[in-house]
Design a protein around this ligand. Structure first.
Ligand code: FEO
Length: 384
């Protein structure tokens, strides 16, 4: 695949993977992207997952023809991109490896060597001339690991963005970009909003005609759409008007309460109501929705004087990913000593800029006139 006249795609699609990074379900597989820049000198941009060495090397050799790679640029040391560094450098003994100083430290941990005899260390603002193409390196620490650099090709105005602007899903499957890019973003990079904002500021100073990420499609058109979404996500802004109701339920009574609230919100004209059963739905999908909408309702059973385990895990994940700047409402169920709302509130009070709804719903075992009235009041408050 030709990205520009001199930049070719050399990546692979993975349809064998069960869990990406050991935790994310990827029903449509995963793409590990790699690129080759052909100029007076040639550069390979990153490697791919260990399972795809042969296929990737075939792609590289096909693009290079009779030539050999002068440079291997390593932007990120997570093994989905870096696993084949050692094998690649063995296959091409004259190739110089180009990366950040912290990346070489991590390389030593993975491969037992930091390639001191054949490396070029680069930092923010450094450039590498390939002939017509000059590569400009930009620091992007914590997007998604501390050693990350991204690379701007000044000639073709292409930004190689490492994990930034990536998504789940192989490239031979058609699917909506935003849905799987959002789930990827909040799962993998979401905690590092400030660092993503820093990178966006640096990128704003560049004339970018195409974005080449390490996962997902190359972005060539309507770049403002993708950049605006990244602005919203990384600043923890509200992307869509709507309310997410996330619940756990043991015998269906808390579920009935969550559903009743959803029905009341819809009747009152709330633009979008999403209901999620935390015990059964994909946690990354639930996280994505919590960050997408401005209001979140948490409904759970009291369990061991705390909240039900799936709710505890969900809130733990929210806090771990820097959840903030949202309105949160609480619904608890308890047959003898309801304590879940207090427990949930205590956890979420540690987050920045959380506004708690005035009405907290308490269900005693099952819905009754009193708890239904509380749900009505909460629906009214959330819709106002
Ligand atoms: Fe795709 Fe952070 O590696």
């Amino acid at each position: 695949m030709e990205i520009t006249k001199d930049i070719r795609y050399a990546g692979v699609n993975d349809h064998e993977i069960d869990l990406f990074e050991g935790q994310y379900k990827v029903e449509n597989g995963m793409a590990y992207n790699s690129y080759v820049i052909m100029d007076e000198k040639t550069a390979v941009m990153d490697t791919v997952d260990a399972s795809f060495y042969e296929e990737w090397m075939q792609n590289i050799k096909q693009i290079l023809g009779s030539r050999t790679p002068d440079y291997l640029v390593v932007q990120h040391m997570e093994p989905d991109h870096s696993a084949n560094i050692s094998a690649f450098l063995e296959a091409f003994p004259d190739t110089v490896i180009v990366s950040s100083a912290p990346a070489f430290n991590i390389m030593k941990q993975f491969f037992g060597t930091d390639y001191a005899d054949r490396r070029q260390i680069v930092k923010e603002g450094d450039t590498l001339s390939l002939g017509i193409h000059t590569l400009q390196f930009i620091g992007a620490p914590m997007v998604h690991w501390p050693e990350v650099i991204v690379t701007y090709d000044q000639q073709d105005k292409v930004l190689f963005s490492a994990d930034g602007f990536g998504k789940f899903g192989a490239l031979d499957v058609e699917e909506d970009w935003a849905c799987e890019a959002r789930r990827y973003y909040f799962g993998i990079v979401g905690k590092f909003g400030m660092q993503v904002q820093n990178l966006l500021k640096k990128a704003a100073a560049l004339d970018i005609q195409a974005i080449c990420p390490l996962h997902g499609p190359v972005l060539k058109e309507n770049l403002g759409y993708y950049v605006n979404l990244y602005q919203t996500w990384s600043s923890y802004g509200v992307e869509s008007e709507g309310i997410m109701i996330a619940y756990t339920s043991v015998y269906g009574n808390t579920k009935a309460a969550a559903q009743l609230l959803a029905d009341r919100l819809t009747e009152k004209g709330c633009p979008k109501v999403v209901v999620a059963d935390l015990a059964r739905e994909d946690m990354a999908e639930c996280m994505e929705d919590a960050f997408r909408y401005g209001k979140l309702v948490l409904a759970t059973t009291t369990y061991n004087t705390d909240m039900f385990p799936y709710m505890r895990e969900f809130i733990h994940e929210l806090i771990g990913h820097n959840y903030q700047n949202r309105t949160v409402a609480l619904m608890e169920n308890g047959s003898w000593a309801p304590l879940a709302a207090k427990a949930m509130r205590a956890k979420l009070e540690t987050c920045k800029d959380i506004t708690f709804a005035e009405h907290t719903v308490q269900i005693r075992s099952a819905l009754n006139e009193d708890s239904i009235a509380q749900i009505e009041a909460l629906a009214e408050e959330l819709c106002s």
